[in-house]
Design a binder for this molecule. Structure first.
Ligand SMILES: [Cu+2]
Length: 311
């Protein structure tokens, strides 16, 4: 059972790829991006971006022009697997499993997740943005090894369907050639770990900041995904318990439209391996904010940290 859960988790995180045919000549011609800023636009349930980038440090500007919240997560695929394999082998168990979760049939859901292919466990979740609310933009810097990645968003629509199945899954080729870029200089250093939660040492005043996020460790949480960091602007009356419950996709209304009330997601850094560091930019104004992970029981785990920005 445990193995099945882990498998599910992995699948979930990634959600999409390919066929065993390894013919490199089937790959699209590289479209090399020399600029350090890679634009990704979501108009509805899509990722509009270039298909091929250099390896090493890359900075992504993710512009959400849609009416729903999204993120992008970069899943490094095992050799020979592509989006087609995910559509055929990974999406059906996830879609069926989610339907069972919504019906309260957890045993049946687990049994569906147990049908995930063995290679799902070899996917490496390599970072990306945190959640981004409608009309918000996030800037995230990530270090990427060469290989084939699937860029995905597994937020759910109001009917429980994953955005991946609606078109938010895209192949991204990372070439051997290194971008030569260095990571930015961070103003605020965050660490996240399964035992200590999210930590930082800084007083916040209004302004523009670059945050670094160091993943001291990484584990598979109860909902089968790893921890990440999302920056959230809170209203005066935001119900934090509702936000905490919403952040767990494996609940019937978790990570699903509509967003909890009084919450604006401003990006962050997505699930990535132990020892990795990602960066994100954000502008803070006076008011209340939180850092929160997309896992269950964030307050108990130290992965829900509220803070106030004051003049
Ligand atoms: Cu989405």
């Amino acid at each position: 059972m445990k193995t099945k859960l882990i498998l599910i988790a992995i699948i979930f995180i990634c959600c999409m790829s390919c066929k065993t045919d390894k013919k490199q000549n089937n790959l699209p011609e590289p479209e090399i991006k020399e600029s350090n800023l890679i634009e990704i636009i979501t108009n509805n349930m899509d990722f509009q971006s270039i298909d091929t980038i250099l390896s090493g440090w890359n900075t992504f500007e993710y512009i959400n022009k849609s009416t729903q919240a999204h993120f992008f997560l970069l899943d490094k695929y095992p050799e020979g697997k592509r989006l087609k394999n995910t559509i055929e082998e990974v999406w059906p168990p996830f879609d069926n499993g989610m339907e069972f979760i919504m019906q309260g049939k957890m045993d049946e859901a687990m049994s569906e997740f147990g049908k995930l292919p063995e290679w799902f466990g070899q996917i490496v979740f390599t970072g990306g943005s945190g959640l981004v609310s409608p009309n918000q933009t996030s800037i995230t810097t990530v270090k990427l090894e060469p290989g084939l990645y699937i860029m995905e968003c597994y937020v759910k629509m109001a009917n429980g369907k994953f955005h991946t199945s609606m078109g938010m899954a895209k192949e991204l080729y990372v070439l051997e050639k290194d971008s030569g870029y260095s990571p930015p200089n961070a103003d605020i250093h965050l660490t996240i770990s399964s035992t200590e939660g999210i930590n930082y040492d800084h007083e916040f005043t209004p302004g523009d900041y670059i945050f670094s996020v160091y993943y001291k460790d990484q584990i598979v949480h109860e909902n089968f995904v790893g921890h990440d960091v999302n920056l959230v602007k809170l209203a005066n009356n935001t119900n934090l318990e509702k936000l905490e419950t919403w952040m767990n996709w494996a609940t019937p209304t978790g990570l699903m439209d509509p967003l909890p009330e009084g919450v604006i997601f401003l990006g962050g850094t997505n699930d990535s391996p132990a020892g990795s560091t990602q960066y994100f930019k954000a502008s803070l104004e006076s008011g209340n904010y939180a850092f929160i992970s997309e896992v269950p029981h964030t307050s108990k785990k130290g992965m829900l940290k509220t803070f106030t920005v004051s003049e």
